[in-house]
Design a protein around this ligand. Structure first.
Ligand code: DI6
Ligand code: FE
Length: 401
């Protein structure tokens, strides 16, 4: 049994039901065997906890460890060449005709073996960890056949063995149509639902199932087919919804009780209301919005009006969001989408945990949760959102270590 205490700290507990960030001014946290046993005013520390190893935080702020709840961290190569073509004036079609787009990432991923994928992904994970990330979600979706999707998810699982970080994996077979499907979307979706998903479920490679519901990807009917298969295997679902157009993806996700619907730039009020009713978290992804120079913003005011919980994430991917900073993501969400500081901090902790179905385990500083902490050299939490390209992390604690 290891007992450890962090004292002389200011806490943003994010505890459910508290005002704002759930601030405790002269706070302390105690953890036993990697779980929080006390979080609150230092004066209230149970006396039975004295004698433990104690860390003086010097008045620094402690938040829950950050959670990046939407990434495509496992991918091979990058698409800087396409970025350069686009800057030189090439259209999306021209880039695609030159072999670019998701197809080129699929080609690179299929050519890489699992060890190479792990090696290429680690620097991206390390960048997240350096900013206090203690849990990261990682999707497949660049393999697009069983062998390569399974390889991606195994590489994702290995991220959690290579580093002290929690990893949740998501199977995104319905991300794009592979070239060998020759335009036959229904046939490919049948393969995803009837062959790939069951095999991945049998190997326990995925914690959730995701899809891309969009004109350039799959229709609501095709996504529903995948979600039915997920349900049959007892796996929760998430959805890339309403990113480029309104196909009513948010409402579809809500209908399946999805953990989250993500992007949501084109979501309408009906979609927001359905999400609120289902408890589906809205994950906004300002990195993708910024990188593709989208101008339609997600309907944050509608999410607030209907009481939809909001999370934010990097969406780290080689095509539309080559972003590995959750702090910068917070700044973007505030500046571009007008989220408040409290919404940004809650959206990368408590609500991000909810978007992964991990709200009982992490995301707040409360007894019973994992001792996942980020200790910051800041005067106030607003600094986490305010700065651009500066990392004030003092120390990161994952499961008490
Ligand atoms: N939405 C996106 O913006 C990306 N995937 C998705 O579902 C695009 C991914 C890529 O271009 O590689
Ligand atoms: Fe994504």
């Amino acid at each position: 049994m290891t007992l450890k205490i962090w004292r002389n700290a200011r806490l943003a507990t994010l505890a459910e039901g508290t005002e704002g960030l759930g601030v405790v001014d002269k706070g302390a946290i105690a953890a036993e065997d990697g779980r929080i046993v006390f979080a609150g005013a230092e004066g209230d520390l149970p006396s039975g906890l004295s004698g433990a190893e104690t860390v003086d935080c010097g008045g620094r702020w402690i938040t829950p460890g950050l959670i990046d709840c939407h990434t495509h961290l496992v991918h091979a190569g990058n698409r800087a060449n396409e970025f350069e073509m686009r800057l030189a004036g090439a259209t999306y079609e021209e880039v695609a005709r030159a072999g670019g787009g998701i197809v080129s990432s699929v080609k690179s991923l299929r050519a890489a073996d699992e060890d190479e994928l792990v090696a290429q992904t680690l620097p991206r994970l390390d960048a997240l960890i350096a900013e206090g990330v203690t849990t990261v979600e990682i999707k497949s979706g660049y393999g697009l056949d069983l062998e390569n999707e399974a390889k991606s998810l195994r590489a994702a699982r290995r991220m959690g063995e290579a580093r002290p970080v929690g990893v949740r994996t998501t199977f995104l077979g319905a991300h794009a149509l592979p070239v060998e499907a020759h335009g036959e979307k229904d046939a490919y979706i049948a393969k995803v639902a009837d062959e790939m998903l069951p095999a991945i479920a049998a190997e326990k490679l995925a914690d959730a199932i995701d899809g891309f519901c969009e004109g350039i990807a799959f229709s609501p009917e095709q996504i529903a087919r995948v979600f039915d298969a997920a349900r049959a295997h007892g796996l929760p679902v998430k959805l890339h919804a309403d990113q480029l157009s309104n196909l009513h993806g948010a409402a579809l996700a809500a209908r399946y009780g999805a953990l989250s619907a993500d992007h949501l730039e084109y979501t309408d009020e009906e979609g927001a209301a359905a999400m609120a009713k289902a408890g589906t978290v809205a994950v906004v992804l300002p990195g993708a919005y910024y990188f593709i120079r989208e101008t339609k913003k997600p309907p944050v005011a509608l999410f607030r009006k209907h009481g939809v919980r909001m999370a934010l994430a990097t969406d780290c991917n080689p095509g539309t969001s080559p972003l590995t900073s959750l702090l910068l993501t917070m700044n973007m969400a505030a500046t571009l989408f007008e989220l408040t500081v409290d919404e940004c901090v809650a959206g990368t902790t408590r609500e991000a945990a909810r978007a992964l179905g991990l709200q009982a385990e992490t995301g707040t500083l409360e007894p019973g949760k994992w001792a996942d902490l980020a200790i910051w050299d800041v005067e106030r939490p607003a600094e986490l959102v305010y700065r651009i390209g500066f990392n004030p992390l003092h120390q990161r604690v994952w499961r008490g270590r």
